[in-house]
Design a protein around this ligand. Sequence first.
Ligand SMILES: [Zn+2]
Length: 112
Amino acid sequence: MFFFFIFGEHTFRKPVPGYENLVCQCFNCGNMSGRVLKSHPWFTLCWIPIIPLSIKGYKDVACHICNFRQPLENRPDVTAMQGGARPPQPGPNGAMNQGWQGAPSGQPARYG
Ligand SMILES: [Zn+2]
């Protein structure tokens, strides 16, 4: 009589409130592809989550390109953006860039 218990670990991930629309730079590959996710690792038995390995979970900056993950506490630039501060990017208004696609090329914009 044999019983096979397959132990494992499964990590549930979900967006963190306040960081859903926030994209930051990945420190590994340099792309603007880092997103803040909350991770909840669970101990699994036969793929069934049994015991939470972390009560409160932890927050990571995860990159979907290189799968690099970095703890959020190591990214003070990301936490600073969450508080309503603007990311350090050039260009005062990102929405205005969409209007340029319909403008004819080669003609300078005229004002006044
Ligand atoms: Zn990356």
